[in-house]
Design a protein around this ligand. Structure first.
Ligand SMILES: NC(=O)c1ccc[n+]([C@@H]2O[C@H](COP(=O)([O-])OP(=O)(O)OC[C@H]3O[C@@H](n4cnc5c(N)ncnc54)[C@H](O)[C@@H]3O)[C@@H](O)[C@H]2O)c1
Ligand SMILES: [Zn+2]
Length: 402
């Protein structure tokens, strides 16, 4: 018997090691007939005529009218009959994650096409569509090859390059989901030019998040280029998305817990409040925008704890506002019948999700992080009040200027 199999008190010890490897490519014009990247990623496997199904975000196709045709032309030319026509169009936004029929629709189509474990699914869209398609792909035949083409700044900078899928069920955000690394990811900055203002800002919030806890140089870059980001400089956004994606990938690879078995979620700085704001507003506030408010709140909490200096807190808030992010949402001030801040429910849900004790990641000093395991409600009250007063001061300055 090998030593790996020698047991503890007569048990057989089973040990498995599975490694994952996937490319995250950055390219322009992914459907240009001269661009070989997607074709190479979808290469045929040992002459199996590996089929491929394209799933696309309806909001994206509406915003970029020529896109569906360009994709069709590319796939028809490069994949010929391996492409399972027509494109499967899915509603975009959080509605996609809220609708249980969508996973069923996806699985019916995959079955009708006779897809197998070697088949490719290309998912093109925002983080919501990628999450729902990724979930369906990970459970159909226990997983197929998912190629993501993220089309929002949040998805390109964060979720689209990671290893998680999720849908919302039973009133819980991301309550059902899987860890399922993709086959490949292709980030094309050209997708970002049609983003609605709130989705442009959303990606910036995730960038500020990761910079604040992981990468001081990146934080300084964001601070220096905040005005250009507000003015929608494509060039600066491209650099921000790339650096943010690199930070997320590095963390997933190097932090030693890609499938989150531990009780810490180091990339979820600001997310306990963000997820609650999304749910409290019926998802009218998008994920990225909610993250902007959540990180402003948590940064204030880090300052109260003495980990973030006052001038760093001020600089952080000012740079986010210059980039166009809001640090306040009225949901922060809502109270339940007992007068408790309703946002505090987010902390409970976070603790419940992670199991064990509460672990929150906060910045301090900028570019570095620390974990805390307790957060008194009085500290949250103070942070909410400070953000509210900041908002009121800004409003009165604006009113005086008119
Ligand atoms: N799996 C993960 O690790 C992970 C990480 C971060 C976020 N997420 C999830 O991602 C979701 C948010 O994703 P999101 O911020 O990308 O927004 P989204 O997917 O909800 O899309 C927002 C809107 O933009 C539209 N859209 C998509 N691409 C477009 C484009 N290029 N031009 C114009 N419109 C476009 C969509 O149709 C939708 O209406 C949340 O549910 C969040 O929980 C998942
Ligand atoms: Zn996020």
């Amino acid at each position: 018997m090998s030593s790996a199999m020698r047991g503890w008190q007569g048990c057989i010890m089973q040990r498995l090691q599975v490694s994952f490897e996937y490319k995250v490519c950055f390219t322009r014009g992914v459907f240009s007939l001269r661009n070989p990247i997607l074709e190479e990623v979808l290469s045929d496997t040992a002459g199996l005529r590996t089929p491929m199904l394209l799933c696309a975000d309806e909001g994206l196709l509406k915003a970029q009218p020529g896109l569906s045709e360009a994709a069709g032309k590319y796939l028809a030319q490069k994949l010929k009959d391996r492409w399972c026509r027509p494109v499967m169009v899915l509603p975009g936004g959080e509605a996609a994650k809220n609708d249980p029929r969508l996973v069923e629709r996806l699985i019916r189509r995959m079955k009708a096409e006779g897809l197998c474990r070697h088949s490719y699914i290309v998912a093109m869209g925002g983080g919501s569509v990628l999450d729902v398609v990724g979930f369906a792909v990970s459970i159909f035949h226990r997983g197929m090859r998912l190629v993501r083409l993220p089309t929002t700044a949040v998805a390109q900078a964060d979720g689209g390059v990671g290893v998680k899928t999720a849908v919302n069920r039973f009133g819980g955000k991301n309550l059902i989901g899987t860890f399922a690394p993709p086959w490949a990811v292709i980030n094309d900055p050209a997708f970002l030019r049609t983003l609605a203002p709130e989705d442009w800002r959303g990606g910036l919030a995730e960038a500020f998040k990761v910079a604040a806890i992981k990468d001081r140089q990146f934080w300084l870059f964001l601070q220096a280029h905040a005005d250009e980001l507000k003015a929608r400089s494509q060039q600066v956004m491209e650099a921000v998305v790339r650096r943010s994606a690199e930070c997320h990938l590095k963390h997933i690879q190097a932090a030693g817990d890609p499938f989150e078995f531990g009780s810490a979620r180091p990339l979820d700085f600001g997310h306990w409040a963000a997820h609650e704001i999304e749910a409290m507003t019926g998802y009218r506030v998008g994920h990225g925008e909610a993250v902007g408010v959540g990180i402003a709140l948590d940064a204030h909490i880090a300052w109260q704890g003495g980990w973030l200096a006052g001038d760093e807190l001020q600089a952080f808030g000012a740079a986010m506002e210059r980039a166009g992010l809001a640090l306040w949402h009225e949901a922060l001030a809502r109270r339940d019948a007992r007068g408790r801040l309703r946002i505090l429910r987010g902390l409970e849900r976070f603790r419940e999700h992670m199991g064990g004790r509460l672990t929150l990641t906060l910045p301090g000093p900028m570019g570095r992080s620390r974990e805390i395991h307790e957060l008194p409600s009085a500290t949250v009250e103070k942070a909410v009040l400070a953000l509210k007063e900041r908002r009121e001061r800004r409003n009165s300055i604006r009113a005086a200027a008119i």
